[in-house]
Design a protein around this ligand. Structure first.
Ligand SMILES: [Zn+2]
Length: 495
């Protein structure tokens, strides 16, 4: 296994050496190798537009533009999304990109000037009748399936095939409502992922001689496939786009805010945080969420949907899939904190980032994410891997809504600190898995610390719960007002 990983690394290095940016000094960040984006730009003789404060950076070659977003692995090459295998980071004002950018993206940029490197590990994108035995994958030790997972978005469905070693894939001819993808030399037990999201019905992984065959069945016409590969762990990411994507992008800013999904944390066999007096987070947040729902419907006249309305378990993924299916405008997750320091108190509002604001924020996210490990353990897969959440986060699409989510978080926190007369702890960011799948602005509110005995007593009080609910609602009302103002000019134009 280690030897094979080494072999894969050597191939990447070989690809790297063949391109313009070989030999750039690397910088280690969170255990990964990075290179300075400015040096990459220099080596490509291209222009870099980036500042220490900017959210985005742009690299301009003679003919192409690459857009980077701080803390996100998703980049745009001439508007087309690509995933890096780690997020772009800004450290001490310096923009850093994962070293693998050199092998993964740079060859695509310099393709006009030099011949592309030999596709040693590259995909075979077109249907081919070449026997599998002639392909390099067959000479590697057998790769095994580690995990097959899916995620639904308004405009596409993503399937991720995580394997022990990189695998070559080949799209094979199939019917009008099917796609067949051969994964060369992949072994492992057959798997079925039922999706039923309006586009993809199911994905079935079967044995086919020495290979595995992934059959994707669509509910209607087959979606267009865009495939990309990621390393560490090796993953094949398959995005199927809807034949006619709904106009969700155009919707924001064009119509008034209509639908809010409220997500009460935990439930069922997952109690969440438990206070010294026995107050359970799952009960507290459901009760507060129901109060918020009532007030929102009465005061704002918006449609409010709950991801759970009783004491039952809902996976983190299903919570946002529900919001995406309902085409919600906002996703608001409501939780209560636990902290080893019993004196901790107050409200915190988070939005998603793969980089945490600080250690405390990272711990809060880790606690809220821990339920994923149980979900994964229930169906085998990548159970017990401590990096599973981080891996999954980098595949998600919340990056598009990051600035709007941060604006929503600020508006709600301002309102809460003002009406509850508590110190403003500031908006924080961290890697909350539950927010990752939301295709809309999304925040997570920690309404208080159940582990603080004084705060636990207060959180049991019906009047205080009402105050909290009212504060959240007035924050959402402020945000809706700003949203609807932006929407007005567009709405006025429609007859
Ligand atoms: Zn929680």
């Amino acid at each position: 296994m280690t030897g094979a990983r080494l072999a894969a690394t050597v191939v990447l290095l070989a690809l790297c050496a063949g391109t313009a940016g070989a030999g750039l000094p690397t910088i280690s960040h969170e255990g990964r190798s990075y290179v300075e984006l400015s040096r990459v730009a220099e080596s490509l003789k291209s222009r870099l537009e980036a500042t220490a404060e900017s959210t985005q950076a742009r690299l301009r070659t003679a003919t192409q533009v690459v857009t980077f977003t701080r803390n996100w692995a998703r980049i745009l090459v001439d508007g087309a999304p690509m995933l890096l295998d780690a997020p772009v980071v800004v450290r001490k004002g310096v923009w850093l990109v994962p070293e693998t950018f050199m092998a993964q993206v740079v060859p695509k940029l310099t393709v006009a000037a030099t011949t592309p490197p030999a596709p040693v590990l590259a995909q075979v994108p077109t249907p081919s009748s070449a026997p599998a035995a002639t392909l390099p994958a067959a000479t590697l030790p057998a790769a095994t399936l580690e995990d097959l997972r899916s995620r639904s978005y308004p405009s596409f469905t993503r399937l991720v095939v995580e394997t022990s070693l990189p695998v070559t894939h080949r799209v094979e001819p199939a019917g009008a409502r099917d796609l067949r993808i051969r994964l060369l030399g992949l072994t492992g037990a057959p798997q079925l992922e039922a999706i039923n999201d309006g586009l993809v019905q199911e994905a079935r992984l079967e044995r086919a001689g020495a290979d595995a065959l992934l059959r994707v069945t669509f509910e209607g016409a087959a979606g267009e496939l865009r495939a990309s590969t990621l390393a560490d762990p090796p993953r094949l990411v398959l995005d199927f786009s809807r034949p006619s994507p709904p106009a969700t992008r155009a919707r924001q800013g064009a119509t008034p805010l209509r639908t809010i999904v409220l997500d009460a944390g935990h439930g069922g066999h997952d109690p969440g945080a438990v206070g010294p007096g026995g107050l359970m987070e799952k009960e507290l947040v459901l009760e507060v969420t129901k109060r918020v729902a009532r007030m929102l419907t009465e005061r704002l006249g918006v449609k409010v949907l709950l991801s759970r309305d009783g004491d039952h378990f809902v996976t983190l993924r299903d919570r946002t899939s529900f919001a995406n299916r309902e085409r919600a405008d906002l996703f608001v997750s409501i939780h209560a904190n636990a902290h080893r320091v019993v004196a901790s108190e107050g409200v915190e509002v988070y939005f998603l980032s793969s980089e945490a604001t600080d250690n405390a924020a990272r711990q809060v996210a880790a606690a809220e994410n821990s339920v994923v490990q149980f979900e994964k353990a229930a169906n085998g897969g990548a159970a017990g891997r401590s990096d599973i959440v981080k891996t999954i986060l980098w595949e998600l699409a919340q990056s598009e809504f990051q600035s709007e989510s941060s604006r929503l978080a600020e508006t709600v926190l301002d309102s809460m600190t003002e009406s509850l007369r508590i110190p403003n702890r500031g908006v924080k960011q961290a890697g909350f898995y539950v927010l990752g799948g939301a295709a809309m602005p999304a925040i997570l509110i920690e309404i208080g610390f159940v582990t603080n005995p004084r705060e636990e007593r207060r959180l049991k009080d019906s009047r205080y719960r009402d105050e909290i609910a009212r504060a959240i609602v007035s924050g959402l009302a402020d945000y809706k007002r700003a949203w609807d103002l932006r929407a007005r000019p567009a709405a006025a134009r429609t007859p």
